[in-house]
Design a protein around this ligand. Structure first.
Ligand SMILES: O=C(O)c1cc(C(=O)O)c2c(n1)C(=O)C(=O)c1cc(C(=O)O)[nH]c1-2
Length: 245
């Protein structure tokens, strides 16, 4: 890219990246909502995804510390509250543990991260480090996958409720608030990026940040697919499903 885009052209370029690279296109996502996974495979997904959820507030905190204005910090602080809650048992991370519990996993085991796939750890840590080490503009741009998450969440929730007898609305309660939180978060991040990416280099950096983040989410599903679907090589020490209904 060598020409400067208008803010709307930049938005269109970012939306194209989502349309081509977001993890709703991954075979593991399709198998998950299409009813083709066992309970054990879904447990593996929830256990691994816990590390993503638990790391999101840490990555938001590293960014918060670098934001230059009260307005920006106030906005970003809301994300921390959304994930960590205001007291024990509230917030997104606690709600994710309701999901793992509802799937029959022991909460202390999930929180210990003992069963995590090594590749999940690498992908999630790469996201946290990206946000810590890159510019504020790139860090904010890397959250823009959330522009696309309401669609995948709706597809996942309706598909899982329809296709698995052991999944209830209560088990999937994590996702309902995300349907309003994600659009609010991504609208703010998109407006920020459209206003602040003013040079060709900055626009390219924003585009690359979103590609990077799509790669993080994609590789998390690659790891799950390889370990738990095909060829099914579970790394030593990682979670082994007991129950393959
Ligand atoms: O269910 C999903 O597919 C999905 C995707 C994403 C995303 O696109 O990054 C997030 C979430 N969920 C989510 O629940 C969440 O809290 C979240 C925070 C962020 C972020 O980058 O700050 N992405 C996402």
């Amino acid at each position: 890219m060598t020409t400067l885009l208008t803010p709307d052209e930049l938005e269109a370029a970012l939306r194209t990246i989502g349309a081509e690279r977001y993890h709703n296109l991954h075979p593991f996502h399709k198998a998950l909502h299409g009813g083709r996974l066992t309970r054990g495979q879904i447990q593996a997904w929830a256990l691994n995804r816990y590390y993503y959820q638990a790391s999101i507030p840490a990555k938001d905190a590293t960014l918060l510390a670098r934001l230059p204005t009260p307005e920006l910090r106030r906005e970003w602080r809301r994300r921390l509250i959304d994930h960590d809650g205001t007291e024990p048992g509230t917030g997104g991370v606690a709600r994710w543990l309701k999901l793992t519990e509802g799937l029959g996993l022991d909460t202390a085991y999930v929180q210990s991260l003992d069963g995590l796939l090594p590749g999940t750890r690498f992908a999630v840590d790469a996201y946290v480090h990206f946000v810590r080490d890159k510019s504020v503009l790139e860090a904010i741009a890397s959250s823009l996958t959330e522009l696309f998450s309401p669609t995948i969440i709706s597809e996942r929730v309706s598909g899982m409720l329809r296709n698995y007898s052991f999944i209830t609305e209560e088990t999937l309660a994590y996702f309902a608030p995300r349907l309003t939180q994600a659009p609010q978060d991504s609208a703010f991040a998109l407006a920020y990026v459209k206003e602040h990416a003013r040079t060709v280099e900055q626009q390219q950096a924003v585009i690359n940040a979103l590609k990077f983040k799509c790669g993080v989410l994609w590789s998390m599903l690659d790891e799950l697919d390889y370990a738990y679907v095909a060829p099914g090589h579970i790394p030593p020490g990682s979670f082994r499903p007991q129950d393959d209904r």
